[in-house]
Ligand binder design. Structure first.
Ligand code: CA
Length: 219
């Protein structure tokens, strides 16, 4: 899952970025409203965390423009404790939820899961594929009813492939799901994750189409 983090306070942003990456999200961080608008126009995000008091362009404006375009990307607004008017304005402008700073990281994650679940349009977002069960919300995987322990990156690769069994994803497409703008990418990182997944799920779980990419065979 790819998250856009819009926050001009570096300390908050860096803390959030680290926590989100540890939880397996690819995070793109932008510090001002104009860059946020541009990013939202150019790329597809699963969710945006949007501060309201931003340089160059107010967060509310960014949100209004997004919704005017008919873009339904889930947005959680980040507001200061005493700014009740901000929260109301955020919700009125089309935010899916808000969270008050300083916030608890566990609460943040829970709200993100809840918004993502709602955005998926159903309470149950679990992907079932043969004996494999993947829950994007709790980020857990079971094989034949038994829990399988995956790293955050292995999980993201598997999730991307399971969304469309049979469809081949190139290394670049998978890297795009794994990393934010400024994260260094190891040259063989995707191969390493696929190798790890095969070791844990069986050698046939993920196939290679030589020179093209990887896919999960259709059932
Ligand atoms: Ca701010």
């Amino acid at each position: 899952m790819r998250v856009l983090l819009v926050e001009d306070d570096s300390m908050i942003a860096q803390g959030l970025q680290t926590a989100l990456r540890q939880a397996g999200f690819a995070v793109d961080w932008t510090r001002d409203g104009q860059s946020a608008s541009n990013a939202l126009r150019e790329k597809v995000f699963d969710l945006a965390l949007l501060d309201l008091g931003l340089p160059r362009r107010d967060g509310i404006e960014v949100l209004r423009e997004l919704r005017r375009r008919g873009d339904t990307t889930p947005v959680i607004v980040l507001t200061a404790r005493d700014q009740i008017q901000d929260r109301i304005a955020g919700l009125d402008a089309g935010a899916d939820d808000y969270i008050v700073k300083p916030f608890d990281l566990d609460e943040m994650m829970a709200r993100m899961r809840s918004v993502l679940r709602r955005a998926a349009g159903r309470g149950d977002t679990v992907i079932q594929h043969g004996g494999l069960k993947l829950d994007p919300v709790t980020r857990t995987v079971e094989l034949g009813g038994k829990p399988v322990s995956l790293s955050a990156h292995e999980f993201s690769v598997l999730e991307a492939l399971l969304q469309r069994p049979g469809a081949v994803l190139s290394r670049t497409q998978l890297e795009d799901r794994l990393y934010g703008w400024d994260e260094p990418i190891g040259s063989n990182a995707v191969e390493v994750y696929v190798h790890g997944l095969r070791r844990k799920l069986g050698s046939e779980a993920i196939r290679t189409l030589r020179g093209v990419g990887y896919f999960v065979p259709k059932q």
